[in-house]
Design a protein around this ligand. Sequence first.
Ligand code: PMP
Length: 303
Amino acid sequence: MPSFAYFDKQFVPLAKAKLGVMTNALHYGTAIFEGIRGNWNSDQKQIYLFRLKEHFERLHNGCRVLKIDPPHSVDELCQITVKLVAMCRFEEDVYVRPLAYKSSESLGVRLHDLESDFLAFVIPWGPYLDMDKAKCGISSWRRPDYNVIPPSAKLTGLYINNALAKTEAIEKGFDEAIMLTPDGHISEGTGENLFLVTDGKLVTPASDNHILLGITRDTVIKLAKDELGIETVERPIELGELFTAEECFLTGTAAHITPVGEIDHRPIASGGVGAITGKLQELYFEVIRGNNPKYLDWCTPVY
Ligand code: PMP
C-alpha cells in the first residue's frame, strides 16, 4: 500500500519526500519529533488516533526549547494528520511520525537564524517491544541532567543517549534498557516510562526524575485511578526497589503497556504478567481502539 507524507506544506507520496544533505537538523539533531499511534478497530473499520492533541501540544512545547517557530497551530497539525492518515487507507495499526526541524541548508552549530519546517509521515506498525514480557538491563548510560539537554522534550539530538542505552541492552541480550538519573535513581526506558506495583499501589518516577512526561504514562495513571481505584505515587525510585516490586511494566506510544519479566537477570515476582498489569493492559487496549465510550474523547477517528 503506498504511503504518503506531509512535506513542504503538501501531501506527497512518501518516496517523494526527500531532504537536502545540508539540512541543519541532520547534522546537529536540531529537531523535535513525536510518535502517534493510529489504532485499527476491525469491527468498525476505523483507525483511531490516540490523544492526538496532547502529542502536538508536546511538540509545540519542544519547539519553544529549540526556537522553532511551528508553521502550524496544534489544531492545524491535528487536521493535517487526520487527512494524511486517511489518504494512506491502511487497515491496520499505524504510527505517525511528525517532525518539526531546522530546515535551512546551512551548517554551523546554533539555534538562531535558521528556518524551520514541519513534516509528517505514516507507516504501518505493529508491536514495538514484540514480546509478552520484556527482559531489561540497567544501563551504564544515564539520563542527561537538566542543564545538559532537557530530557522532557523529544529533541532528536537527545536520543543519542537513548540509542547508546538501547544498543548496549540488546548487545547484552536484553530487550530494553532502564536508564538512571544522574544521581542514580530510576528514570525510564529508551522509549518508555516505567511503573512498579508496590504494596498494591502504582509507583513511577516523578516529573523531576529526568523523564519524558509520557502520554501513555498519563493515560495509565488516569485509568488506574478511575477504573481500578488504584493511586499512583510519583516519586524517586531507588535501584533496589526494582527487585522487590510486585510487578513492573513499561508504557509508551510504541510499546503500549509492556510487562517486565526480569531486570538484570532477576525475575520480577513470579516473572509472569502481574494481575494489575494485566487489568491495565485490558482496559488500555479497549480504550485506544475506541471500544470504551467513556474515553472516546481521546480517540480521533480517521475514516
Ligand atoms: N520516554 C521516552 C524517552 C520516550 O521516547 C517515550 C516515547 N515517546 C516515552 C517515554 C513514552 O511517552 P509516550 O507515552 O508519550 O509515548
